[in-house]
Ligand binder design. Structure first.
Ligand SMILES: NC(=O)c1ccc[n+]([C@@H]2O[C@H](COP(=O)([O-])OP(=O)(O)OC[C@H]3O[C@@H](n4cnc5c(N)ncnc54)[C@H](OP(=O)(O)O)[C@@H]3O)[C@@H](O)[C@H]2O)c1
Length: 325
């Protein structure tokens, strides 16, 4: 099949909500590889393509070579109803999400950097074409943070969000508190698969900032802004005697990412290495909290799957959902 540039793909209406749901999987790494077997296991889903960068790479699980494409336009040319975006390159993700939504194709994305870089534009695009954009896995990995914030909003106005949103930094802070040198702790995080080869998005706080932005939009509406103060974690960090976490805090006036003492707060102080947690305080003082694994194949694929299952369930009304931004 000849690949068209994303911008020149023809706009087509969504197929009728009958027959198997045509799903295209973008990315087949840690997260995509966890989603793949589930897609193949469902008679009501037809996997129409898998986008990767290096088709010759040894991977487990291994998609059928007939399904594999290396060009985002070729993936969309297979006419999916849904694109499941698990790409690691945020700019390729963003272009694919835009192109899919513009065609009325639903999108489920795990990429916080892609979604957080243009939430208004993506929202407008989805609304215009009646497509749905979901991104539960982008915040909290396996912890349903966005869902918990939305639940909170059904109970009343949200006053404040506090959260630990980055498993890599959490891992490092646990090791630093135990007396490990920074470089050794970082190497251990990379060897354990928590930290990427380039950990700068985690260490600068950019990763947590993008996630807090998405949570703030869900809690306080589309006027929410990116955090105005983001404290990095670097080799010169000296852990104090009490427990410190990279805490993401927001209210309707703004947000911050800072390294804050949490010794008296069991929700945050006792978090294990890849742990993420959130506390939402409502205006009337009620509190909702969740904690769990913020990263890793199984929990993150589970979160993507929850979005896809929602889409399958609401298929009768497909196209009427709009974006969840
Ligand atoms: N890992 C987690 O625990 C976790 C948790 C929550 C959210 N996320 C988010 O989920 C997304 C995926 O993360 P991951 O850990 O699964 O990454 P990963 O293991 O590195 O896999 C990324 C996939 O994207 C493909 N890819 C990258 N650039 C591409 C390009 N230009 N064209 C085509 N394919 C490309 C790669 O192809 P090749 O296989 O050929 O290299 C690979 O299959 C990221 O946005 C991440 O932030 C991850």
């Amino acid at each position: 099949m000849t690949a068209l540039p994303l911008s020149r793909l023809p706009l087509e209406p969504l197929p009728a909500a009958s027959g198997p749901l045509r799903v295209a999987l973008a990315g087949c790494g840690v997260v995509g590889g966890g989603v793949l077997p589930r897609l193949l296991d469902r008679p009501d889903i037809a996997l129409v393509g898998v986008l990767v960068q290096s088709p010759g790479k040894v991977r487990s699980p291994d998609p059928d070579p007939e399904l594999v494409v290396t060009d985002p336009a070729a993936l969309l040319a297979r006419e999916p109803d849904v694109v499941v975006d698990t790409l690691s390159d945020a700019s390729v993700s963003l272009a694919l999400i835009r192109a899919a939504l513009a065609r009325g194709v639903h999108v489920i994305s795990a990429s916080k950097q892609a979604v957080a870089s243009d939430p208004d534009g993506l929202s407008a695009l989805a609304t215009a074409t009646g497509a749905t954009l979901r991104y539960s896995a982008a915040v909290g990995g396996g912890v349903p943070m966005l869902e918990t914030v939305r639940l909170a909003r059904t109970l009343g106005p949200v006053r404040r969000i506090e959260a630990v949103l980055n498993g890599t930094v959490n891992f490092l802070l646990n090791r630093l508190a135990a007396g490990h040198p920074f470089e050794a702790a970082l190497a251990e995080a990379q060897a354990a698969g928590f930290a990427e080869a380039d950990p700068s998005a985690d260490l600068t706080g950019r990763d947590a900032a993008a996630k807090l932005f998405l949570l703030s939009r869900a809690a306080f509406g589309p006027g929410a802004r990116l955090p105005d103060r983001v404290e990095p974690l670097g080799p010169d960090f000296t852990p104090p005697s009490s427990r410190v976490r990279q805490l993401a805090v927001a209210d309707c006036a703004g947000g911050q990412i800072r390294l804050a003492p949490v010794a008296g707060d069991p929700l945050f102080a006792n978090l294990p290495d890849a742990g993420n947690a959130i506390r939402i305080t409502l205006a009337d003082g009620r509190i909702l909290s969740r904690a769990g694994l913020g990263a890793g194949r199984a929990p993150t694929a589970e979160s993507v799957w929850a979005d896809l299952t929602d889409l399958l369930t609401s298929r009768v009304g497909a196209g009427a959902n709009g974006a969840e931004l």
